[in-house]
Every structure is written in structure tokens, then in C-alpha cells.
Design a protein around this ligand. Structure first.
Ligand SMILES: [Zn+2]
Length: 123
């Protein structure tokens, strides 16, 4: 008994080799382009969030210089997304910093300390 397969792109029935997934190269290309487009979209969305986080922290840092504090709610109001970061850094005292590229934050209750580290130590 032969298993009936259909093209992943257009859904048409496929004739030929058992491992074929598409009716032709055109369908294969169309399908792969669609998948890549979707992946690129989610990468772009997250990159934009991280870049915005970085920009917000940069502005605060440049205004107040190192170890400047800002209200957590004010940070959020500026569009900062707390759940997104590029990496974390744990200080010797155990304080956990969340970085968006070279700018990091340390949560202290309702306040946030903004720091800058030139070298990107990924931990
Ligand atoms: Zn097809």
C-alpha cells in the first residue's frame, strides 16, 4: 500500500520518490522563503526591543552618569521591557545585573540602577 503525500507548500498530491516533500523546486523555494521570512521577523522584533532597551538606558546613563538610579515605573513608561536582555552579570556580592548590550540594570525594589560595562562579558 502506498502512502499518499502532499506538497508542504501547495498541498497537491506528490508523485515520485518516497522522500519528496514538494511537487517541484518552485514549491520548495516558496516554502523555504516563507519559513525564513517568519524567522527573520521574530529575530527583527526582538532585536528592536533590545535596541530600544539599550537606547533608553544609554539616555539615562548619559544624563546621570555611572550608578544612576531611575524609578522602575518610569523606565517602563519610557518603553523599557524588563523581560528582554542580552546577558546577565553577577557581581561578587551576588547582585544580578541584566544587560542590554553594554548597559545593565540592577533592580532594587521600585528603583533601578543603571550601569555601563564596556567589555561584553557574557556569563
Ligand atoms: Zn507544491
Amino acid at each position: 500500500m502506498k502512502e499518499e503525500r502532499s506538497c508542504l507548500n501547495c498541498g497537491d498530491k506528490i508523485k515520485g520518490r518516497a522522500d519528496k516533500k514538494f511537487c517541484d523546486d518552485q514549491c520548495r523555494n516558496a516554502y523555504n522563503n516563507l519559513l525564513n521570512g517568519k524567522a527573520n521577523n521574530s529575530i527583527r522584533k526582538i532585536n528592536n526591543i533590545l535596541k530600544q532597551n539599550r537606547r533608553i538606558l544609554e539616555n539615562i546613563f548619559n544624563r546621570n552618569k555611572s550608578h544612576s538610579k531611575v524609578g522602575k515605573q518610569s523606565l517602563i513608561n519610557h518603553g523599557f521591557r524588563l523581560n528582554y536582555h542580552t546577558h546577565q552579570f553577577s557581581s561578587k556580592s551576588g547582585a544580578l545585573y541584566y544587560f542590554s548590550y553594554e548597559y545593565g540594570i540592577l533592580l532594587q525594589g521600585d528603583e533601578v540602577v543603571v550601569v555601563k560595562r564596556e567589555e561584553n562579558s557574557v556569563s
